[in-house]
Design a protein around this ligand. Structure first.
Ligand code: NAP
Length: 248
């Protein structure tokens, strides 16, 4: 059964990793995919081709999610190209890890702007469309680190915890218009973001996971599929941990 037949979806940061995994799973479920990237044009165009080959309507857009103006322009362009928006997935994110002692102001500001301010930018930009149609789903890609904290990631943890507060507030504000807003808190998902970690740290993460493995982008994409589709029609304001039991 295709769960997103004909639905128009925007995914930020889908040129690789989790976002790319979501785009592929959603395309297989009949969605039309508008997705963004920051600088990886080659991989973004390859993904666009792959999605089209799967039979989806798909288009890659270079757009900085941290910019309010660029986010407004992006949404206007997607509305023109696709004719509507049903689902927004705020997935774009970065890390700039350091102990607080060594963390510079720019490292804090950049992570907050790309990970958290972007969620405000994009949600504001799609809000009017979703309100008018009295239907929509917003999914924010938080992290277990936003729930629990992590040494060396004060900036990232603050951004991801902020996303959870934002998610719950938007769920309360927009619920009466049948717009649902949920967050996903992935644990250790093996992507380029985690490739940067050293082997000892990675082994430490794996040892602490009850399912004894890192997650894949598809593991997160399947949770997203649930939250984007009518299977979760009565679920809003929640944080779904996709972490192999890490926070249990
Ligand atoms: P990734 O492999 O590093 O991919 C990040 C994506 O975000 C790329 O497509 C990148 O585009 C895009 N991006 C970066 N800055 C952007 C900007 N300013 N505007 C638009 N797009 C931008 O990361 P990932 O591991 O897939 O993570 C995806 C999300 O899941 C992030 O929010 C991350 O915090 C969250 N998460 C990941 C894990 C994990 O273990 N991997 C765990 C918990 C949460 P370019 O390719 O053009 O740079």
């Amino acid at each position: 059964m295709k769960l997103l037949e004909g639905k128009n979806v925007i995914i930020t940061g889908a040129s690789r990793g989790i976002g790319s995994g979501i785009a592929k799973v959603f395309a297989e479920h009949g969605a039309n995919i508008a997705f963004t990237y920051s600088s990886s044009e080659g991989p973004a165009l390859e993904l666009q081709e792959e999605l089209i080959k799967k039979g989806a309507r798909a288009k890659a857009y270079k757009s900085n999610a941290a910019s309010f103006e660029a986010s407004e322009q992006l949404v206007a362009q997607v509305l023109e190209d696709f004719g509507g928006i049903d689902v927004l997935i705020n997935n774009a994110g970065i890390t700039k890890d350091n102990l607080l002692m060594r963390m510079g102001e720019a490292d804090f500001d950049t992570v907050i702007e790309i990970n958290l301010k972007s969620v405000f930018n994009m949600t504001k930009a799609v809000q009017r469309t979703l309100l008018k149609q009295r239907n929509g789903a917003i999914i924010n890609m938080s992290s277990v680190v936003g729930v629990k904290g992590n040494a060396g990631q004060a900036n990232y943890a603050a951004s991801k915890a902020g996303m959870i507060g934002f998610t719950k507030s938007v769920a309360l504000e927009l619920g009466s218009r049948n717009i649902r807003c949920n967050a996903i808190a992935p644990g250790f998902i093996e992507t380029e973001m985690t490739d940067k970690l050293d082997d000892k740290v990675v082994q430490g993460w794996r040892d602490g996971i009850p399912l004894k493995r890192g997650g894949s982008p598809e593991d997160v994409a399947n949770a997203c599929l649930f939250l984007a589709s009518d299977l979760s029609a009565y679920v809003t304001g929640q944080v779904l941990n996709v972490d192999g039991g890490m926070l249990t």
